[in-house]
Design a binder for this molecule. Structure first.
Ligand SMILES: [Fe+2]
Length: 418
């Protein structure tokens, strides 16, 4: 009897140790792992892929290991930056082969390693896939990013080479827990697909006054985007992607502080980036993305934003202008130098007829309104509210653009041809 009691007590003791230690181990491991794209050293090489992670307890060095298989991984020491409640680490995967599956993990022997994840490096030929999400803000309907997490899981099924985010990543950008909550909820997607966001009005101080339209420090700490990270451009395969910051456009319009005013440094920069893209023979497509739509209706329409941006995009024959902000999916008829082109065959579009403007709904923010169902300028919008995400398959001659709802049901599909 005594022996049985002793065995039982000893087992309970061991179990309590395990239960105590397990959470500490998982707490120590890398969290919020997400990928980003770096700038190429040479146009013929695949984009470097940046890995960012958070550790709550790490005091020593942390490392990124990567290679074509687990038995053949290169180890690079990560850089460390102090962050609320711990540290942010960054490592770079570079000098990779094109279009090749790589595996990676991050962490250290002392504090533990992440799982082993994989992604495909930038291809130098053929088709590749881009995901589009927007407005993942954790408003009351999306508490704890519950809906966003589900949508990120659906997007992951499509294995996109990269993910563009249209902004309003969080409900309130001044709260650090919102940023870390988003990156925790979407890690399943971000660990396989570089996340390239632009800022929305909810991500910044959107009331005129101190720090009006200033990006929060957390954004700069958590993301490693090209350039100044606010307005940036990068090339992936045959596409020049340009992400621009539309500020808190509606509040800014009331005090004449709308971004990209003609002659402003950012407007001159955009003009120059688009000129370079147009003259680059390796570029087949130009995709510009932002938070505030250029074409919209009601409260989300800001005439001054449209007046600042639309002429530049159409002058440089931008193929696609993607946006968020309005929690709908809306696709407009093409616009060329301010003139709308309406064709009968709305699902096969030729780039010669102008820029295609798309508002990419919501991947979490409350979808309370319908798109412009009664607008003659809208080529397609669903007749019901929904969460949604977009998938583009891009080749030299065409882009197949598909949109799915929260149940992964196809909502819209069209082809853009050169
Ligand atoms: Fe917004």
């Amino acid at each position: 009897m005594k022996k049985a009691v002793f065995q039982l007590t000893f087992t309970a003791f061991l179990l309590s140790i395990v239960l105590l230690v397990l959470p500490l181990v998982s707490y120590a491991q890398p969290q919020q792992i997400h990928l980003g794209l770096g700038i190429k050293k040479s146009p013929s090489r695949p984009s470097p892929v940046l890995v960012t992670w958070f550790s709550a307890v790490s005091q020593g060095d942390e490392f990124l290991k990567y290679g074509v298989n687990e038995g053949k991984m290169k180890s690079v020491k990560a850089s460390r930056t102090g962050f609320s409640g711990g540290s942010i680490f960054n490592g770079v995967m570079e000098d990779m082969k094109s279009g090749t599956r790589y595996v990676y993990k991050c962490g250290s022997d002392k504090d533990g390693w992440s799982g082993l994840y994989s992604f495909r490096s930038e291809p130098d030929t053929g088709t590749f896939r881009v995901a589009i999400i927007g407005d993942t803000q954790n408003s009351a309907n999306n508490e704890g990013f519950m809906i966003t997490s589900r949508i990120a899981g659906l997007v992951r099924i499509y294995s996109p080479s990269l993910t563009l985010h249209m902004g309003d990543l969080v409900e309130n950008g001044s709260v650090t827990a919102n940023w870390t909550g988003l990156l925790t909820a979407t890690q399943d997607l971000n660990e396989i697909s570089p996340l390239m966001p632009v800022l929305g009005n909810h991500d910044v101080q959107s009331n005129p006054g101190g720090n009006f339209q200033e990006p929060p420090q957390d954004y700069h700490l958590l993301f490693n985007l090209p350039g100044d990270e606010v307005n940036y451009s990068f090339t992936y395969r045959n596409v020049r992607f340009i992400g621009i910051y539309s500020g808190a456009a509606d509040a800014a319009a009331k005090i004449d502080q709308v971004k990209f005013k003609p002659g402003s440094p950012e407007s001159i920069w955009l003009d120059s980036e688009l000129t370079k893209a147009e003259n680059d023979r390796t570029i087949n497509w130009i995709v510009v993305y932002m938070h505030y739509p250029v074409l919209s209706v009601g409260w989300s329409n800001v005439d001054k934003w449209r007046a600042n941006i639309q002429p530049i995009l159409e002058r440089h024959k931008v193929d696609l202008c993607l946006a968020g902000h309005r929690h709908v999916y809306e696709r407009y008829f093409q616009m060329k130098r301010g003139v709308m082109f309406k064709n009968d065959q709305t699902n096969i579009l030729s780039t010669g007829y102008g820029t295609i403007y798309i508002t990419n709904g919501t991947a979490g923010g409350n979808p309370t309104a319908l798109g412009g169902t009664d607008l003659s300028s809208v080529a397609f919008t669903p007749d019901r509210t929904m969460y949604s995400f977009g998938i583009m398959d891009i080749s030299d001659k065409s882009i197949a653009y598909s949109v799915y709802d929260q149940d992964n049901t196809l909502i819209d599909k069209f082809l853009i041809v050169k």
